[in-house]
Structures are given as C-alpha cells and as structure tokens.
Design a protein around this ligand. Structure first.
Ligand code: DHE
Length: 512
C-alpha cells in the first residue's frame, strides 16, 4: 500500500513529469545513453516505442501512479509474481536513474492510436457462434463475484454462495475501475490502464475478444442493452465506442473543446440507462459530453449515429456520479473543494455541494435517511464520509472516520454501509456506519498492520467481502449483521470485487 500512497501523492501533485527533470548531487545519469539502455534491456518486453508489449507501457501517464522511487526499485529488484526480472546486477545506479528519467519523459510526438492501430491490436479468441447456452459449472450465476487480484494481475471468479473460487485467469496488466456486465450477467468487460479492453464469457470462463482502445485509459462503460462499450482515454485524447459483440470500433471521438483548439483527456465515462446515453467528463475542458448509447444502427455515419451533446460547466471535472434517477450529475474536480450538481436535461449547473476532501465520487452510494434519499462518499484527503441530501444538496452529516478512504458499499437489505480508511494511519481498519443513525457502530481489523480495503455485499446482502490489499492478502468474508468473520480466502492483493446481481440491478449500495 506504500505504492498506493505514493501514487495518490503523485496524482494530486502531478509530480511525474516534473520528476523527470530533477537531478541529485553526484548523479551521473546524464552521462548515460538511456535510450540505448532501454532498447537493449527493456524494449523486447515494453515495446520499442515504450507503448507496452508483453510488459506494460512505460510512459509518464502510466508511471505517475507509482512514483520515481518505486520505479527505480522495480528496475533494480523486479516485481514479485510477474515476469519483470531485477536488473540490479546488470545495470549501474546511474543507468537505473537514467532509465527512470527516460521512461518519465513524455513521448513527443504522441504516437497515433486510431482505427488502424486498434484494428491491428484486436484479437477474437472464441467464435460467438460456438458458444453453449448453459454455463460449464453449477452455481447461482447472479451471485458470482468477479475479483480482481492486482498483485499478480489475475481475475478470480468466485461462487458467492459457497465462497469457493470457480476459475482464475491472467488479466491484462493493471486493470482499473469496475468491470461492466451485460444485462444477463454472462459477459464481463475489463479495461487496463494501458487501454486493453477484454471481453470475457463467464459461462465458459474464456476470454472472447480483446482490443487496445487507447494507450492510457481511465475506465469503460457498457450500454444498458449490452451492445456498445465506451472507453475513456487519457492518451490519446479520445472517447472510443466499440461494438460489444466483437469489440470492433464504431466511433473514435478526438476530444476537443467546441472551438477545436484545446484537446482534453477524458476523466471518466458512465452509462445513464434511463437517458440511453453515455456521459463523459473531460479533464482539461469545462464540458460534459453526452452521447447516445446505441443510436440507430442503420445509420452508417458514426457522427450522425452517435452525435455529441456538449454541456458547459464551470470547471473541468475529474470524477462524477448520478442521482438515482439519472437526472442530475454530481461532479468534482481534483483541485476543488466543492462538488457541482448539473441538471442533465437543462444542461445547467444548479447547485454546489460542500465536498472538501477530494471525494472518490465513483465510490458514492445512496440510501434513504429520514424519508429522504441521501448519497454518501468517502474522501481521499479527509478522514470523513460526507452524507448529502439529494433534494436540498446540503450536507446532512460529515461523519468523522479514523482516516481518508477510497471505497464505500451498502446494500438494500442491510442497514449498514461499510468504508475503508486505507489512506490513513489506521489503514488496517474497516468502518461500519449505521445508515439510520449516521453513527459509526463498528470498526474491524481483518489483519493488524495490513491494508484493508474495498468491500462488496453478496446478492442477498447477508455477507460482506473485504480485501486485505497485500501480496499475501486475502478476501475476508463477514456476516453483514453480526460482523463475525465467516471465511478467509488467500488472494494476491485483491482489489475490487464485483457481485453480478448487485451490478446488473444497479443496486443503490454499489458502484455502477
Ligand atoms: Fe480508481 C474506480 C479514478 C486511483 C482502484 N477509480 C475508479 C473510477 C474512477 C477512478 C473514475 C470509476 C471507474 C469505473 O468504475 O468505471 N482512481 C481514480 C483516480 O482518479 C485515482 C485517484 C488516481 C488515478 O490516477 O487513477 C484512482 N484507483 C486508484 C488506486 O490507486 C486504486 C486504489 C488501485 C488501482 O487499481 O490503481 C484504484 N478505482 C479502483 C478500483 C475501482 C476504481 C478497485 C473500482 C471500484 C468499484 O467498486 O467500482
């Protein structure tokens, strides 16, 4: 979790590019031909152009997360449980320092990643015509969990009744964000930070198709009917729509302001089912984009089938989520101390919300409190959970927690909401909040000293699965009513876990 902290600091301070320019007294790295060392030692796995291959892309946009010290340490000692060997015996300190600077230098010019490149990367592994109608295993398909094991880049399909793993497979390097399920829960789509989109069939436990939709991606969304995938990219500055059947690109939007002068990264994209649209926030331009999720498939011209509606906002947004009716968007910027509420029909900002501590809004959840719908979100910078009234947009309560945290979960059948405090000194603690009193009623320490994070309920809300987010980590299963531990399953740095039913029914207690 040291890595996580380093990366958060990096994300907030945007140190990656600046770090490339730093020099340390006695540093001989400037005398090294870093490009030559890279080509000799690294290019075969990470690609000659640093865009990735068997190993991940080595670009400031990807590496800002891990920080300079961790990058040097990785080159020197390798990464456990991966094919990244240590180069400490082969390379001098100066060569390692030079390599760190080299990979933290932005690529200029930025390579093109358009239709041609995407199509060349696309692989279909299973012919959809050969698919069986029934799963190859016996379990309640809607109570399965998809668990991302970030430590060695694997995914486990877990039976949510017996808590036994059904299948485990290697994923692309560094999956990020929630995977998205088709309406029947059968197919699941993942995206990696390097822009690889993977379609997986849970019935046969096989990867169906893959495509690299970008060089550095944020997240993906799937249309309500399961037919179109949208991918938000940082690099290049694109919003990409794919046919969910075979991942063929349908449209690539180069993201610019209306005057076509300022390019922008895409902060995140989500589907808004009642609106039949994808909604994306832009990171460098104060606009929200809304695009029809499917349009008329008889229309050949992609610009006409998926026209972009621009909604102007006061400042660029980093993250957002919707109210339960998808009428309002609640967004925040990484630098700001306030959230904004945008009426999506009117295209107007109608309120601002007090959100002082950098909320991870994608983690927001809802429940009814004293007859009112409220949303709650943890903060990355403040030891608090904010509870906001969704009618008045006022803060109902700021619940002080033992530390800042990332994730929050509830369930319609449980009166409790769970959150982590993994960015603070008590990173090993999980906090349980009573949604009726807005009081903390329990704190749990799954394993003293080890980071506890990311929670998800079973389909029926009876059990809670929490991660011990370490290389020698585990999923810990608790009774959601008594908070007693039921079972522990060893896993390699399990990060997010996603219950099929809660996801496809858009449970108010989980991320969408
Ligand atoms: Fe995430 C979801 C943004 C750092 C693990 N994270 C998301 C989403 C966004 C986001 C917009 C929602 C996407 C979705 O589900 O479709 N995350 C950000 C950041 O801006 C931030 C702070 C910095 C960054 O550069 O990305 C960030 N995130 C992290 C991490 O450091 C985490 C802990 C480890 C990692 O994997 O990189 C992390 N983020 C996650 C996870 C989810 C997520 C596990 C899905 C949560 C869920 O339950 O849906």
């Amino acid at each position: 979790m040291r890595e996580l902290k380093a990366f958060i600091i990096a994300a907030i301070l945007t140190v990656a590019a600046g770090a490339a320019a730093q020099t340390v007294p006695g540093d001989k790295s400037a005398e090294v031909d870093a490009k030559a060392v890279f080509q000799r030692e690294c290019a075969s796995c990470h690609g000659e152009g640093r865009l990735g291959g068997q190993g991940p892309a080595l670009l400031p946009e990807s590496l800002g997360r891990i920080g300079v010290a961790t990058a040097a340490e990785t080159i020197r000692n390798g990464r456990p449980a991966t094919q990244m060997e240590g180069f400490g015996k082969k390379l001098s300190d100066a060569e390692i320092a030079a390599l760190v600077k080299f990979v933290n230098t932005p690529l200029r010019p930025m390579p093109v990643w358009g239709m041609e490149e995407m199509l060349a990367s696309r692989e279909i592994s299973v012919d959809p015509a050969t698919l069986p109608e029934k799963p190859v295993f016996n379990a309640d398909l809607l109570n399965l969990f998809v668990v991302v094991e970030a430590g060695d880049h694997h995914v486990t399909i877990l039976n949510g009744d017996t808590f036994e793993p059904i299948h485990r497979f290697q994923s692309r390097f560094a999956l990020h964000g929630g995977p998205k399920f088709t309406p029947d829960g059968r197919f699941v789509f993942f995206v990696s930070r390097d822009g690889w989109v993977t379609k997986f069939d849970i019935y046969i436990n096989q990867v169906m198709a893959e495509i690299r939709a970008g060089i550095n991606a944020r997240n993906l969304a799937l249309s309500d009917d399961g037919k179109v995938v949208a991918v938000a990219n940082y690099l290049p500055n694109t919003l990409v729509l794919l046919d969910a059947t075979d991942l063929k690109p349908l449209k690539i939007d180069t993201v610019m302001d209306e005057a076509a002068k300022t390019p922008s990264r895409v902060s995140a994209v989500y589907q808004a089912a009642p609106r039949n649209s994808f909604v994306a926030a832009l990171k460098d331009v104060p606009e929200i984009w809304e695009v029809p999720t499917n349009g008329d498939s008889a229309i050949v011209d992609a610009d006409k089938r998926f026209p972009v509606r621009r909604i102007k906002v006061g400042e660029p947004l980093d993250d957002f989520f919707f109210d339960p009716d998808y009428k309002f968007l609640i967004g925040s910027s990484r630098d700001g101390t306030r959230g904004i509420v945008v009426d999506l029909d009117k295209g107007e900002t109608i309120a601002s919300i007090n959100l002082p501590g950098l909320p991870h809004l994608g983690s927001g959840i809802f429940w009814m409190y004293e007859g009112h719908p409220v949303m709650a979100t943890p903060h990355l910078r403040e030891p608090a959970v904010s509870v906001i009234d969704l009618k008045s947009w006022k803060t109902v309560k700021t619940i002080k927690t033992p530390g800042p945290g990332f994730f929050m979960r509830g369930h319609e059948k449980s009166p409790y909401a769970w959150t982590d405090v993994s960015l603070g000194p008590q990173k090993d603690t999980l906090v349980v909040i009573d949604t009726r009193s807005l009081e903390i009623v329990k704190t749990l320490t799954p394993e003293p000293g080890k980071t506890a994070s990311h929670i998800e309920f079973t389909r029926d809300g009876r059990y809670v699965l929490a991660s011990i987010w370490e290389m020698d980590g585990a999923l810990v299963i608790y009774d959601a009513q008594t908070f007693k531990e039921i079972k522990r399953i060893p896993m390699v740095k399990p990060s997010g876990k996603y219950n099929v039913f809660n996801k496809i029914t858009l449970s108010a207690g989980t991320s969408h």
